[in-house]
Design a protein. Structure first.
Length: 508
């Protein structure tokens, strides 16, 4: 996937990357560093970049693309500014938010003397009036126009379906194909699409940094093949070694209905699946490959569909998924940090605390704590957790299907089923913030400690800050089950730590 060599031998550029906590941004940063550039990342929560392997090699600025002052500061001394953010799913006014953010970004880039803006947008169908496009594609197209009109030379890269380990398009394709040997599908499975491998997207992004100053235009980027979604599922099954899938398209599944179908079968919630499925109503095929004039295709590129799937599956199976679609915060999910003031004035803060003595080393206990969730589950009353996950999905939440990025290791910002890692102190503390639909804010803390006698203790704390009367009612309605769910969780984690095989390398 590396883009090494594209910048060596020339003066390094100073690059600003927005969306560095997201799927593409998190992969672009190390590619820019490998190409010899200097990188500054803009993030609303800089602490979420702390545990990335490249964190010590970049400068991090706190800010938001809708905040002109923070953008102006982040643009200082920047040569190339990457715009990799969007407000998809953030509410009915997401198009206005995207519009305002793009204008601020373009204006601040021009004022700061930025040499180039690079934007990754969506491939739009030719000949289709913009009013007939999905809101998602329409907004992506408008953002591209705003940046092209900003007065700063801009490269707009337009891609359709991105195939790579952890991408939302790949995850949707993977789970639909693997879980449904026989499918009654929406009619959009017949739509022609030109998928592109994530490594080719990254190659184009890195190469665009050095485009000539007189280039100010959009480029279509895609792989070498045009396929229908049905063909993509059949070929995925072949590459993955699955029996041939039976796919029966029907016209009755609207984008709204099919998004719920996708939400039930895959880890992608309906709120994200809907704009994706709406975008598949129209054919999205590249009309040109002019990007090759400025970013030449090396041997073996663009990567074909089968090879892109093969590479992605290898990453998944080897637990080497660098970023996932869920790396970015889910739109609408709570982001408030845990209150640290014991006299916090934000209202009621309910807690459920458990403490268990563990006949095992602190290192063994920590391995169990860091391994919670995903395929390992939550160590108590699986049916209760499963029901809670299904209820969350029914109301548009993420449920339990996001799983883990890595089966054994966590880092700040990782999604973990319907939680997100808010803080991790290796060997000692894991704090999770709830992203399920709740009438309030919730956290779960797990810690491994050594007591005064040299023994090991497991401490667990669930916290809930209710919003209004509904939040109060929620807490008191579920509190009778805490002894079973949280009490059982504490006991079973302690037992699992005690059962850890001796001689394993410490994760702490």
């Amino acid at each position: 996937m590396t883009a090494q060599g594209q910048g060596h031998g020339r003066e390094p550029l100073r690059c600003l990357v927005t969306g560095a906590t997201g799927y593409i941004g998190g992969r672009l940063v190390p590619e820019l560093l490998a190409a010899g550039h200097r990188v500054r990342c803009l993030a609303r929560s800089p602490e979420r970049l702390r545990d990335h392997p490249w964190a010590g090699e970049v400068e991090v600025a706190r800010g938001d693309v809708t905040d002109a002052a923070s953008i102006a500061e982040a643009m200082r001394d920047v040569d190339v500014a990457y715009y990799l953010v969007h407000a998809l799913g953030s509410g009915r006014d997401f198009e206005e938010t995207d519009r305002r953010a793009a204008r601020i970004f373009g204006e601040r880039a021009r004022a700061a003397g930025v040499r180039r803006i690079v934007y990754l947008g969506g491939l739009t169908p030719p000949g289709v009036p913009e009013r007939e496009l999905s809101p998602h594609l329409r907004s992506r197209a408008e953002v591209g126009r705003i940046l092209l009109d900003s007065g700063v030379p801009t490269t707009v890269l337009r891609a359709a379906v991105v195939i790579g380990s952890g991408s939302v398009s790949f995850e949707m394709l993977r789970y639909l194909t693997e879980r449904l040997p026989v499918m009654i599908t929406p009619s959009w499975v017949r739509t022609r699409i030109q998928p592109v491998a994530v490594r080719d997207v990254l190659r184009a992004l890195v190469g665009s940094a050095r485009m000539p100053e007189d280039v100010n235009r959009a480029f279509d980027i895609g792989g070498p093949e045009v396929l229908t979604y049905r063909e993509m599922m059949i070929r995925y099954a072949a590459v993955a070694g699955l029996p041939r899938r039976i796919i029966v398209p029907v016209p009755v599944l609207t984008p709204r209905l099919s998004s719920h179908w996708v939400g039930l079968v895959t880890p992608v919630p309906a709120s994200i699946a809907r704009p994706l499925t709406e975008s598949l109503r129209h054919e999205v095929v590249c009309r040109e490959h002019d990007i090759a004039r400025y970013v030449p295709d090396p041997p073996g590129h663009p990567v074909g569909f089968d090879e892109a799937v093969r590479l992605a599956l290898r990453r998944v199976r080897d637990a080497e998924v660098v970023t996932r679609w869920s790396s970015a915060s889910l739109p609408g999910a709570p982001s408030d940090p845990l209150p640290t003031d014991p006299d916090w004035a934000g209202g009621s803060l309910y807690t459920d605390c458990r403490e268990v003595s563990v006949p095992a080393s602190r290192e063994s206990l920590w391995r169990v704590i860091e391994g919670v969730g995903g395929d390992n589950g939550w160590y108590s009353f699986p049916l209760a957790w499963a029901v809670r996950g299904w209820l969350d999905r029914l109301v548009g939440g993420v449920g339990l299907r996001r799983g883990r990025r890595d089966a054994a290791r966590l880092r700040v910002g990782d999604s973990l089923d319907f939680w997100r890692v808010e803080e991790i102190e290796p060997g000692r503390l894991l704090r999770l913030r709830a992203e399920m639909r709740l009438p309030g804010l919730a956290w779960l803390e797990m810690s491994a400690e050594t007591d005064g006698t040299g023994g090991t203790r497991y401490r667990q704390r669930a916290l809930f800050h209710p919003h209004g009367l509904l939040g109060q009612a929620y807490w008191w309605s579920v509190s009778p089950f805490h002894a079973v769910v949280f009490g059982g969780m504490a006991r079973n984690i302690a037992r699992a730590a005690a059962a850890e095989a001796p001689g394993r390398t410490s994760a702490a």
